[in-house]
Design a protein around this ligand. Structure first.
Ligand code: ASP
Length: 421
């Protein structure tokens, strides 16, 4: 029943996308400029619907990231029980995400997906506020909020993340003593996940309006850039899967990576069709057991990974940054790149494992270097399909790290004969 509904939404979003493409191009090529077309429709109705949808998504960011991180850190607090395994898992999760985003930035800088399109025409240039150069010292100091409430009201994501992680870890340490607050945080987390689902129901209309406005303004020239963006993301995701993960498995787990991929394929398919790391958790754990990984490890690492380890999402965000910078004519400095690597790693930690959240946390990555978030509007139309592919990469990253950690923790945790059988 649930599955059916989700596919329904995906289809609707695609209909919104293609209808928007069609109407936008017809408007651009065949409808002459007039008060009704320009003021009432393109910059009126379509703009209100499109911007309205973006505002709904923005509304979710702060509470969604905060509660997702508090609950994530709460389960991470249990790492004490698992000691070394917990630390190893965390290190691998963060390392693979940073690797993924670096790969994406390099690839996108080479392909330059946003060159040839001028997004300043779609949203006012005044909105673009290039980042002020901030010294490394200030970047580090700025992680610490002097006032957590102000950090939230200003949407300062790095400070929110810092504070949320502390709250989560302390809640985990307090255990029973603070179970009321812990429960409340978990319930708020559920509320925010539900709210995301509800907001996504408006996605078909939002996507239609945004795409119509973009193509009515830019015409056919936008299609090429959009396809280039999409292909760059897919290429990055492909490299992460077929190169990075395969090399990591060979070096660190000393297993045949292709055997892994072949057996793991059904899990990829499931993640692809649900666009949800969370929904894939049980299947992932079962499959890893078939591959010889003990549940003692996977029952901890896989849910944690589904909450904090999103390599595919980080790749999309890296490419999106370069795309938007190209389209706004902004030169990215080495310092910008470092900031994006840090911000996207944290954003992927704060991304909940349900559909489309990566697009929501993308706004914090854009904010980190002063890119206008309205660029997300263009990407939004085609994000649905990318979400499916990146979710498959997200959960593969969790499984690969789990195999590596299990292998390094001894035979008790990883039965290689079972893997090879
Ligand atoms: N859908 C992704 C996941 O569940 C998150 C995202 O939107 O990037 O892993």
């Amino acid at each position: 029943m649930k599955q059916k509904k989700k596919m329904g939404l995906t289809t609707q979003i695609f209909i919104g996308l293609f209808l928007g493409l069609f109407v936008g191009i017809v408007f651009n090529l065949f409808v002459p400029s007039s008060y009704i077309k320009d003021t009432i429709l393109v910059n009126g109705v379509f703009d209100v619907l499109g911007q309205g949808f973006i505002r709904l998504m923005q509304m979710l960011v702060v509470p969604l990231v905060f509660f997702s991180l508090v609950t994530g850190a709460m389960s991470m607090g249990d790492t004490k029980k698992l000691g070394k395994i917990g630390v190893k898992t965390l290190v691998f999760y963060l390392f693979t995400t940073a690797l993924a985003i670096t790969l994406a930035l390099l690839l996108a800088s080479f392909i330059k997906p946003g060159v040839g399109i001028d997004l300043t025409k779609v949203s006012q240039a005044a909105e673009a506020n290039p980042a002020q150069a901030v010294s490394l010292k200030d970047t580090v100091l700025n992680l610490i909020p002097t006032n957590p409430i102000r950090a939230m009201s200003e949407g300062n994501m790095l400070q929110i993340i810092f504070f949320a992680l502390l709250v989560g870890i302390i809640l985990a340490n307090l255990g029973e003593k603070a179970h009321n607050v812990a429960n409340i945080c978990e319930e708020f987390n559920d509320i925010m996940m539900d709210m995301t689902m509800i907001v996504m129901k408006f996605a078909p209309i939002g996507v239609f309006a945004l795409i119509t406005k973009t193509f009515a303004t830019l015409g056919l020239s936008a299609i090429f850039s959009m396809l280039k963006y999409m292909l760059t993301v897919v290429l990055g995701l492909g490299l992460q899967l077929l190169l990075v993960y395969m090399v990591l498995l060979t070096i660190f787990a000393k297993v045949n990576p292709f055997k892994f991929l072949k057996k793991f394929f059904p899990v990829l398919g499931f993640a692809f069709s649900t666009s949800s790391s969370n929904a894939t958790v049980p299947m992932n754990i079962n499959k890893l057991e078939e591959l010889g990984v003990s549940r003692k490890i996977s029952s901890f690492t896989i849910p944690l990974g589904a909450t904090i380890n999103m390599d595919g999402t980080a790749i999309m965000q890296g490419v999106a940054v370069v795309f938007a910078a190209n389209a706004y004519g902004m030169q990215l400095t080495p310092q910008n790149f470092l900031t994006v690597i840090a911000a996207a790693t944290l954003a992927s930690v704060g991304t909940a494992g349900i559909p489309s959240v990566g697009l929501i946390t993308l706004s914090m990555v854009f904010n980190s270097i002063g890119l206008p978030i309205s660029a997300i509007a263009m990407i939004m139309g085609i994000d649905r399909i990318l979400d499916m592919i990146r979710t498959a990469i997200n959960i593969t990253g969790d499984a690969v790290c789990t195999v590596i950690v299990a292998n390094s923790s001894g035979e008790e945790y990883f039965d290689k004969e079972k893997f090879n059988s």
